[in-house]
Design a protein around this ligand. Structure first.
Ligand code: AMP
Ligand code: MG
Length: 330
């Protein structure tokens, strides 16, 4: 555990940030909390350092990484810039869990997987912001899990997946939202939602005042390469229970673990992992990925998960559930 440092998420210890910034500057990898999930970061301007991320995670080389910035000067350095009319909007949404795909600049082929675009965002969390500032580098950072596994919400889950392969893990307590950032792209007068995430599609629509199109891409021709891989899945079987009746029946067999809302769990007599109330989808989002890990550690070989309303952060929750179940349902 010698690679883990506890850090206050509100007032990060400058000594520890300095140590982490040094790791980034010399080409190493650092895991840290963000407002979405834990990330594993490296200097985005150093291809060798970015290769380290791919090898530590076991990530496919053709899956580009989001580049994290701390100010608009860095945005100008790593991209060809935003459409002129959108700077004002981004000054309002950043820092925050919204990534935007832009034409790249000054970036190598590794973090961007050879594309001429890059997804960029400014995280709303003191630890990565200070780390980017202190190292003076934009930081390429995907989620800090073993490729394919659920994203980590706690530092202990980072250690569980990556152990000492990552040079340093900053333990700043739980990530806030528990699901990854929303990824968008501008296409003509529309916004294409490449990945639903913590920043709701309704908010994108309201703030940008543009039509938002949910990317209905086929896995063979992904605009956002990462979407074609199996993602977020527990090792055990996970099945979506489409109706309460079906969930009740599955539970009666005694062989399944239920994952879902407190409301539904109260009607069942089988063991449950409660994600939260149906009326608080933010709570459900925070507990979702950790519940997949709990299923793996349980005595059950199958989990049955309940569906949630695809509103607000519910769209991201259902996207992750659908990936984790690979479309299997009761
Ligand atoms: P991760 O960082 O692992 O949470 O995943 C980042 C997501 O952003 C993946 O789905 C990527 O495919 C997507 N992404 C990153 N860069 C680009 C890009 N240049 N164009 C389209 N999608 C991207
Ligand atoms: Mg990921």
């Amino acid at each position: 555990m010698e690679n883990i440092r506890k850090v206050d998420s509100i007032v990060p210890d400058p000594e520890i940030i300095r140590e982490a910034a040094e790791v980034i500057r010399r080409g190493g990898t650092v895991a840290f909390p963000t407002e979405t999930v834990y990330g594993i970061g490296a200097n985005a301007l150093d291809d060798d350092a970015c290769r380290g991320i791919f090898s530590v995670k076991g990530r496919q080389q053709d899956n580009p990484i989001i580049v994290h910035i701390s100010d608009f000067d860095q945005l100008e350095y790593v991209t060809q810039g935003l459409p002129a009319d959108l700077y004002e909007v981004f000054e309002r949404v950043w820092p925050g869990p919204l990534s935007v795909v832009l034409e790249k600049k000054n970036l190598g082929v590794i973090p961007t997987a050879g594309l001429n675009t890059v997804a960029v965002r400014m995280p709303a969390h003191r630890i990565p912001l200070e780390l980017i500032r202190k190292s003076g580098k934009p930081i390429a950072a995907p989620s800090a899990n073993k490729s394919g596994s659920p994203s980590p919400v706690h530092a202990s889950e980072v250690f569980e997946d990556l152990g000492t392969k990552v040079d340093l893990i900053l333990d700043g307590g739980p990530a806030y939202f528990g699901v990854e950032s929303t990824v968008i792209m501008f296409k003509g007068d529309e916004i294409v939602l490449l990945r639903p995430g913590a920043f709701s599609a309704e908010d994108v629509q309201r703030i940008f005042k543009k039509r938002v199109k949910v990317s209905g891409e086929s896995p063979q021709t992904p605009v956002s390469p990462g979407m074609k891989y199996r993602h977020y899945a527990p090792e055990k079987d996970l099945i979506l229970g489409r109706s309460e009746e079906k969930i009740i029946r599955a539970c009666e067999s005694g062989n399944v673990l239920f994952i879902g809302s407190s409301e539904t769990a109260a009607k069942l007599n089988c063991e449950s992992i409660i994600l939260g109330s149906k009326n608080d989808l933010y709570e459900v989002a925070r507990n979702l990925f950790p519940s997949f890990r709990k299923l793996d550690k349980s005595k059950y070989s199958t989990g049955v998960i309940e569906g949630f309303e695809e509103k607000g952060i519910g769209l991201a929750i259902m996207n992750r559930i659908n990936k984790a179940t690979s479309g299997r349902e009761l």
